[in-house]
Design a protein around this ligand. Structure first.
Ligand code: SAM
Length: 243
C-alpha cells in the first residue's frame, strides 16, 4: 500500500531534477527563494540565536530534508548532520548538491514513519516544512514519539510548519475539514493509498494538516513537548520531562 504522502513529493522532485532546479521552495516560488534563501532560513537563524547552541560537537537530525537546503545551512555552520527524506530523487539531488559544496552530510532515503525510534540522540532535530504533510492523528503521534526517542534531554526540536490561513483558497478538488484541519484531495477511487476516506460518496486522500496556532501548540504539549518560542508555525521546543 502506498503512503498518502509519497507520490506528490516524489513527482515534485522529479520535476525539480528535470528543470535543473535545486530546492522545493525555489520550485514553488523562484522569485522569492533559492537553495541558500530557503523559506525557513530567517526563523532558523533566530532560533539558533535563541537557543545559543554552538556547532562544535553538536549533532542534528533533519527529517523531510528534501534536497538539503536546511541540512547544508547547518553543516556550513559546523554541525554534524544526519538527514532523511522519503523521496529517492530528493536524496539523489541532495547528495550531489552537498558534494558540489564540499559538505559532508549523512543523507539516507527513508520514511521517518517506518522507523520505530532514532538510533542515536541529537542536540537538534529539524523539521523544515515537513510536519504539515504528515496528516493523520496516528501518524503525528508516531512522529512525535520517534522525535522524543532521538532528542537529548538538553536538545531542541525546531519546526517550521505550514498553518491554517484564512486567505488561502483550496481548489474545487480539495476539501478543508474545519473540525480536524485536515486538507483532502479528491481521488477517483481509494487506489493504492493508505488512510483514504469516503465523504458523501466520494473518495478523498489526506494531503495536509493546516492547524491553527493554538491547536499546534496544544498538540505538541499533549505529545510531551515544552514550547519555548512560537511564532505561529515556527516553533522551538524541548522534551518536557516534568510530566
Ligand atoms: C515541503 S517539502 C520540504 C523539503 C525541504 N525541507 C525543504 O525545505 O526544501 C516536505 C518534505 O518532506 C518529505 N517527507 C514527507 N513525508 C516524509 C516522511 N514520512 N519521511 C521522510 N520524509 C518525508 C518530502 O519528501 C519533502 O521532501
Amino acid at each position: 500500500m502506498e503512503k498518502y504522502y509519497f507520490e506528490e513529493h516524489e513527482k515534485t522532485y522529479q520535476e525539480i531534477k528535470r528543470d535543473n532546479l535545486e530546492a522545493w521552495d525555489q520550485y514553488h516560488d523562484p522569485t522569492l527563494y533559492n537553495f541558500e534563501n530557503f523559506m525557513m532560513r530567517p526563523f532558523l537563524e533566530r532560533a539558533l540565536e535563541f537557543i545559543n547552541v554552538t556547532s562544535t560537537d553538536s549533532t542534528v537530525f533533519e527529517y523531510g530534508c528534501g534536497t538539503g537546503a536546511g541540512a547544508c545551512f547547518l553543516a556550513n555552520k559546523g554541525f554534524t548532520v544526519d538527514a532523511i527524506d522519503i523521496s529517492p530523487t530528493a536524496i539523489e539531488l541532495a547528495k550531489s548538491i552537498a558534494l558540489k559544496r564540499n559538505l559532508n552530510i549523512n543523507y539516507t532515503n527513508k520514511d521517518l514513519l517506518e522507523m520505530t525510534e532514532l538510533n542515536k540522540e541529537y542536540d537538534l532535530i529539524l523539521d523544515n516544512y515537513c510536519l504539515q504533510s504528515l496528516v493523520t492523528d496516528g501518524d503525528r503521534s508516531k512522529l512525535y514519539a520517534i522525535i522524543k526517542s532521538g532528542l537529548k534531554k538538553s536538545g531542541y526540536y525546531i519546526i517550521s510548519s505550514a498553518m491554517y490561513d484564512e486567505q488561502r483558497s483550496y481548489g474545487e478538488n480539495t476539501y478543508y475539514c474545519g473540525d480536524t484541519s485536515i486538507v483532502y484531495d479528491r481521488i477517483i477511487s481509494p487506489g493504492p493509498y493508505n488512510e483514504t476516506i469516503m465523504i458523501n460518496n466520494e473518495w478523498w486522500k489526506p494531503k495536509r494538516r493546516h492547524l491553527k496556532t493554538e491547536a499546534l501548540s496544544e498538540e505538541l504539549k499533549s505529545n510531551g513537548f515544552l514550547i519555548l518560542l512560537q511564532e505561529n508555525g515556527n516553533i522551538v521546543c524541548k522534551k518536557n520531562d516534568i510530566r
